[in-house]
Every structure is written in structure tokens, then in C-alpha cells.
Design a protein around this ligand. Structure first.
Ligand code: P6P
Length: 343
């Protein structure tokens, strides 16, 4: 059955995420159904997170949680809720051997009372949460690996793997609508939540990114700390060269998921590069850069640290930072040329 996208109003063409996952499972005779159940449970968890995000201004869930995360960043009440919601929804299903979260310093073991499975999942429960009070788009990012350790309970080795080993990755964006975008290595699919029936419906089948765009997305407030090559790249994008489609437009939300989703749809480049103050950039490799790199590459784009492919970086720590450039392949390669001094 083709992945017929949902046509608003045509209720006979519903391709729910459940049906899509079941269809994918039938295409893999070796599938045991564990992976499908994991995705379904994650979809359920993020529907509840979406509900809380949408009514955050009406219930006592805004504001700080009087704690900081492993990155030393203020934790918001909604961060805590989203983190616990995802852990509670997934720890008992029997598909995971271990989890890791931006909000938790160490790995999150599966409690003894629950069976353990063959997958390990990392997630950023609510990326961009500094924007919550301003009602700016935020989101959840996830990355799933097959376990590498023996035994039942997982270990650090199961969550600290190169991005090329991911079996699935994606994000849920709580924006004007709630959209779940993910890949299992077979292209990129987007599902929009229809709150009237509580289902994610296939709205963006087989998403692909243009080979070149005309938008760049970076925090220009860091300009004076950027390496010289990246400064020259942004100067180049701002040059008055209309024959070659310049100047590019500047768009920066400050929520990675919103900036990456726009880049996926419209093309161009999103960057959080290294700078003199942050030689490893700001974004996290394991639960921000890796999942986004998997999605962007599966959509035909490119994702590097300015030189090396993100997915081939061999990690050493679950919370390590990495410089990130991703988006249209031609744009990212052009940025790399400036960074390397080839232009
Ligand atoms: P800056 C949000 O806090 C976040 O982790 C990402 O979602 C976003 O891309 C980045 O930080 C924004 O950082 O330094 O530009 O505010």
C-alpha cells in the first residue's frame, strides 16, 4: 500500500503512525515487533507532552524547577514533566535495556521489575525550553540504537555509540501543530497530530531537502567569537550577488528543532559552529546532533562538525558537545570550504 499522505477532510485516507509502523514491520520478516511497540509507546508519551505544552500557560507548569541539568542550564518544570513522562512511558515496555537523557547526568537503568529489551534510547525531552515562557516552538529529540552489551540491564556502551549505528531517530516539534518527523534509515516521514482524534497522521511522506537553499540560520550574536573562516562564509552569504542568489535570508528561532525543521523543508544551512569561547560548540552530539544528522542525511542533506561527518564521530561521553553544520548538501559543503580555507 503506498504511503498515501493524509488529505485534510478525506477521512478515508488516514495513514496513522500505527498503520505506517505496522506496514514497515511487514516489510521486514525478521522484525519481532519490539521496535514497532517502542515507537508506538514514544508516540503516546509525546502526545501527553504536547497536551501539557499547549496548556502550559493555564496550569502551574511554567517557570523554573529550581534545579540545573548536567549542562548547568536552568531546568524548567515542563522539562521535568516531559523527562519523567517519557521515562515512565518507555521503561516498562520491555523494548529498552537503558535510556539516557539531557536531564540526567548518568544513564537511566530499566527498573528490576520490568523486562529489558534490545534497544537503547537517548533523548532531549524538551529542547529549546528557555523559550517556553515566550510560547516559542520547542520539541523532543530522540535517538535509538540496538544494544551492544550482553546481559539484561544496559550499560554506558549501549548509549555511547557512533551516530552511524542509529536504527531510528527523529523529533517531535510542538509548534503551530505537533509534528513527529523520524527516520529508520528508509527515508524521512512526517506525521501531524490531529488532536480531534488523538492520532499522528502521515502528512509529509518521504521528506527530502533541496540541494541548495537561500536561508542561513545561526546566532549572529556569537560572530566575534567565530573562527575566521566561518565569519568569511557568513559575509559571503550576505554579499550582494543576486546572480548567485545572494544575499541569503537570515532566520534564527533559537530552538534547534524549529530551525532544523525549517531547514529540512526549505533548504539552506543551520549552524552552531565552534567559537573561541566554545571550541566544541554548544549542541550535544548524542541526543541533538546525531538524531538530526540522521534525519537530514536520510532526506538527502549533509551534517558535519565543519569537516567530519557527524554520524562518523566516535563519542566518548553521553553529554559531549559538538560543532554542528547541517542542511542542503551544496550549502554545507560551501561552508566547509570557507572553514578549511579553501575559499
Ligand atoms: P543560543 C536551546 O537552548 C538550544 O539548546 C537549541 O535548541 C538551540 O539551537 C540553541 O540552544 C540556541 O543557543 O546560544 O543561540 O541561545
Amino acid at each position: 500500500m503506498p504511503n498515501r499522505p493524509y488529505v485534510p477532510g478525506d477521512e478515508t485516507r488516514l495513514m496513522t503512525i500505527q498503520r505506517y509502523i505496522a506496514q514497515e514491520e511487514r516489510m521486514h520478516p525478521e522484525a519481532t515487533g519490539e521496535f514497532s511497540t517502542l515507537l508506538r509507546n514514544l508516540a503516546l508519551a509525546v502526545k501527553i507532552v504536547s497536551r501539557e505544552v499547549r496548556r502550559a500557560g493555564l496550569v502551574d507548569i511554567l517557570g523554573r524547577a529550581e534545579s540545573t541539568n548536567p549542562s548547568g542550564e536552568d531546568v524548567k518544570k515542563l522539562d521535568v514533566f516531559a523527562n519523567q513522562m517519557i521515562i515512565n512511558a518507555l521503561e516498562s515496555g520491555g523494548q529498552l535495556c537503558v535510556m539516557a537523557s539531557e536531564e540526567n547526568e548518568s544513564i537511566i537503568p530499566i527498573p528490576e521489575e520490568f523486562p529489558c529489551g534490545k534497544y537503547a534510547m537517548l533523548f532531549d525531552p524538551l529542547d529549546g525550553s528557555s523559550n517556553i515562557e515566550a510560547n516559542v516552538t520547542i520539541g523532543t529529540v530522540f535517538s535509538i540504537f540496538r544494544r551492544v552489551s550482553d546481559g539484561c540491564r544496559g550499560t554506558d556502551a549501549d548509549v555511547v555509540q557512533p551516530g552511524i549505528k542509529q536504527v531510528a531517530a527523529g523529533y517531535i516539534m510542538y509548534g503551530s501543530s505537533t509534528i513527529l518527523v523520524f527516520t529508520t534509515g528508509n527515508g524521512v516521514q512526517g506525521f501531524t497530530l490531529d488532536p480531534t482524534i488523538g492520532s499522528f497522521l502521515l502528512s509529509h511522506p518521504n521528506m527530502t531537502i533541496p540541494s541548495r537553499g537561500n536561508i542561513y540560520s545561526v546566532n549572529e550574536g556569537n560572530r566575534k567569537q567565530w573562527d575566521e573562516g566561518f565569519q568569511r562564509y557568513i559575509d559571503y552569504l550576505q554579499s550582494n550577488d543576486t546572480v548567485h542568489g545572494k544575499p541569503y535570508k537570515a532566520r534564527y528561532v533559537g530552538s534547534m528543532i524549529a530551525d532544523v525543521h525549517r531547514t529540512l523543508l526549505y533548504g539552506g544551512v543551520f549552524a552552531y559552529p565552534s567559537d573561541h569561547a566554545n571550541p566544541n560548540g554548544k549542541l550535544r552530539l548524542m541526543y541533538e546532533a546525531n538524531p538530526m544528522a540522521f534525519v537530514i542525511e536520510q532526506a538527502g542533506g549533509r551534517a558535519t562538525d565543519g569537516a567530519e561527518r557527524i554520524l562518523e564521530i566516535v563519542p566518548t561521553d553521553v553529554h559531549q558537545r559538538v560543532p554542528l553544520l547541517l542542511g542542503s548538501a551544496d550549502d554545507v559543503r560551501e561552508a566547509e570550504d570557507f572553514i578549511a580555507g579553501r575559499r
